[in-house]
Design a protein around this ligand. Sequence first.
Ligand SMILES: [Zn+2]
Length: 419
Amino acid sequence: MVVNKVGRRSRFNRTPTADIGRAKRQVAVAPKVALWPRVLEEPQWADSGLAALGTARRIADLQANRAKVPDWQITQRKIKYRRLGRMFEVKGFDPHNDYVMIKVERAVDGDNIRARRCFVCGDQPTTGVGEHVFPKWLQTRFGLFDERLTLINGTFIPYRSLTVPCCAECNTGFLSRIETEVQEIVERGSVETSADRLSVARWMAKILVGILVKETALLLDRKDPTLGNIVTADFISELVHCQLLLQSARKPARFGALHGTFPFTLYWYRIDGLENGFDLSTDIVGQSIAMRVGKLGLAFVNDGGLQMIHGEKGPYGLEGVTVLPHQFGELAARVHTKASLRDATHFYLNSETPTHLTIEQQDVRPFTSTTLAGGEMQVFQPWDSWKFSVRAAQVTRLEESVFMDTITGREMTTLTNLL
Ligand SMILES: [Zn+2]
């Protein structure tokens, strides 16, 4: 069994006994489901702290495990993989190529990104255009060939030109399987099963990673190359968990998540709009992406499922409800804004054998150790109505005044008919 961890170091350094005691108290008083506030005069997202984050037992398990897990460096980890490959003595098993976690490490390696190697395995790419970040079926279905996407630096790129280096094996293998699954879901216009949910999340993760990898190859300012590229190659390592989620499609995977079935946030909506309507928005800081594809609206956050703490059906509990295109835009803006306010990450203990992958969340690690009034740790910074209204105006292309009364400073919504 191979074990590694994904997750940033935090300043979470309280003593284990205090933790367990606190967790027990919090679990005892925590509501089963944190409700999304429905009264608009109040902040849209009241902050719940660590209360809903798992049982005291899990935290106690973690405390016991943490001491046992060595803090491996990447090189040490690779040696370990090689040794394990021999240990398993699986016929035809190649530890270099058959461990998903090794492919993920190679994919997010800054040197491999700079060398324009395959964006999901880090191997030599096949010559040609590479992988379309927005697959051809999607471009055809929604007439995107001549449409353009706005990049972080404010410039535009046609959807058809959004390609990233990819090898034939990845392209025709697991990536192609995901496309087939998602195409069916998009045509149906609903996300029915947890298998659907997982396929969509992997697909959204691919697009998020793809756009950013593309941006590592584009100049921030074409008139001044000294400014470098839009996104630095080393930034891609921030997306290691996105990559792992995407690449978990390579072999049978098991997920252990604290806030739901899977370690990510995903909400979907039925759209009362055009059959071929399309819209896209992302938030790089929050690692969120929202897309309207005809009759289906999707919002994904690579946050380990942290937004699910505030209600598994998303803002105002509206998941699965039929909304107008601009209402979906507002919901997407709420998810993006919340994602950008995330103040915690997760600690993972992932493991892999030649035939199986296990992605296991252990606990939540706050970034800033801010204690809330109830004594809980803050996992989201306080809701910011102004930030939301600016974002909602961008996404919906409506006036900011639709989302914020500038005189009273009161937040407003286009979802009134649904609340
Ligand atoms: Zn590849």
